[in-house]
Design a protein around this ligand. Structure first.
Ligand SMILES: *Cc1c(COP(=O)(O)O)cnc(C)c1O
Length: 442
């Protein structure tokens, strides 16, 4: 039903959308100068849209907030060749956790010396690729890695390493993304002495040069405080290492985990405050310990790319049972496993048309054969939502496609970059041919 009179609508809240988002008429949403309905029309749905300038601006914001630090983009949040270029061009380094991420970056021209390799369980192939390609640093995560790495480097060789330390701090948006506490799979604990023990063993390996300590507290952290606590614990360890071994470390990597707002009204981590307070805490702690101030390294992933991405879906079906409405889209847990994994919530909205129908709470379902494939159980959409409608999910740039799966063989969605009024395909949709070509047995 259409009405002749525009009702007095409050303009939609675009606070979690990219800065370039424009909505001249309600529903006619464009990002990077490109109407999203046009992207959906041209590339089909589901499709992921990435605002190139938003990514670049976020890289620049980091460089400006942390001028003397090394900023490494955490590739696991999202990686493709264009992303590698943008990261390199904006002066960031790269943090990778597999031979795959590493090979893609180096094959795209990323300088290997600006890459750091992580991983709680690095495969022989990961280490082989790291040494062959000459990565800047390898972060040691377990005692057994030390001898393995030293042997792979060889007696005449040389490799810079850091040690992943567990500072014993709980922070992060969900239990499954807290990594700074004792008793989880990452790193070596200060509390039980494992970290100190591993460091002693590294110092016995002449081909390994220990440049610094590393920690990563978790993800989706919105307060500065845990980072300051981490600085104190890490400098405390550095002071003990100095006493015991005369060791002076030149780098301190505080990892990533910087939180972002997924829905209007949510809080993001304040980067300016983080930069200022971490710098002050680090200077003071080092002064007290009589240590020179190490160079700071940070590793944001989500905060660089998350808010720059938008997922577009078509509504496939609408079921009304009792007072419940189920709206199913043409994507789901295979392109975005986060709701199923961590119960996170988004702010999806109808775009492409202006509905004057009253809003109604609906359950937004994915298309997969899994009762848990629910994007959200309580989303406000116009009550006349119907098959064929276009839905947009903002803040979809991080940990969606990088965690995408092949479930139900629907094929992973494409990635389209928008910038200055043009849309270009970065990663094409996974086709049935792609799926068939891997299936080589009979
Ligand atoms: C995942 C991870 C990051 C990035 O985390 P975000 O929450 O995306 O900022 C950085 N460093 C390490 C070691 C990680 O595992």
């Amino acid at each position: 039903m259409t009405t002749l009179h525009e009702p007095a609508v409050t303009s939609p809240d675009l606070s979690v959308w990219p800065v370039s988002t424009d909505e001249p008429r309600v529903g006619a949403v464009s990002v990077g100068g490109v109407p999203l309905a046009e992207v959906a029309e041209r590339f089909g749905t589901p499709v992921y849209v990435l605002d190139e300038n938003e990514v670049r601006e976020r890289c620049r914001t980091y460089r400006a907030a942390f001028p003397d630090a090394e900023v490494l983009y955490a590739a696991k949040a999202f990686l493709c060749r264009a992303m590698v270029h943008w990261t390199a061009e904006e002066g960031l380094g790269l943090d990778v956790c597999s031979a795959g991420e590493l090979e893609l970056a180096v094959a795209t021209g990323f300088p290997p010396e600006r890459i750091v390799l992580h991983g709680n369980a690095k495969s022989p192939r990961d280490l082989e690729a790291a040494l062959r390609l000459g990565v800047g640093r390898i972060v040691i995560d377990s005692p057994s890695e030390i001898a393995r790495l030293a042997a792979a480097v060889g007696p005449g060789g040389h490799q810079k390493v850091m040690v992943r330390v567990v500072p014993g701090i709980s922070a992060g948006g969900h239990d499954k993304i807290r990594t700074g506490t004792d008793d989880q799979k990452f790193g070596l604990s200060i509390a039980d002495g494992y970290a100190q023990h591993a460091i002693t063993r590294i110092l016995d390996q002449p081909q390994l040069e220990l440049t610094g300590l590393h920690c990563h507290l978790g993800s989706q952290i919105t307060s500065v405080k845990p980072y300051l606590a981490a600085v104190r614990r890490m400098v405390g360890l550095m002071a003990r290492l100095h006493e015991q071994h005369g060791l002076i470390l030149t780098e301190l990597d505080l990892g990533g985990g910087h939180g972002i707002a997924y829905r209007p009204g949510e809080q993001a981590l304040d980067l300016t405050a983080l930069a200022r307070k971490v710098r002050a805490e680090l200077s003071e702690a080092c002064a007290v310990a009589g240590l020179p101030v190490p160079r700071l390294i940070i590793e944001p992933g989500r905060a660089v790319v998350g808010p720059a991405g938008i997922a577009l879906y078509h509504v496939l079906s609408v079921k009304r049972t009792g007072d419940h409405t189920f709206v199913a889209i043409d994507g789901g847990m295979s392109d975005n496993p986060r709701p199923a994994l961590y119960g996170v919530r988004y702010a999806p909205r109808l775009i492409g048309r202006h509905s004057t129908a009253a809003p109604a709470a609906v359950t937004l379902m994915g298309r997969h054969c899994e009762a848990g494939d629910v994007l959200d159980t309580d989303v406000e959409l116009p009550s006349d939502v119907r098959p064929g409608d276009l839905l947009a999910v903002p803040v979809a740039g991080a940990y969606h496609l990088s965690m995408a799966s092949g479930y139900n063989l629907v094929g992973r969605p494409p990635v389209v970059a928008v910038d200055a009024g043009t849309a270009r395909l970065l990663v094409r949709r996974e086709s049935l041919d792609d799926i068939r070509s891997r299936d080589v047995g009979l």
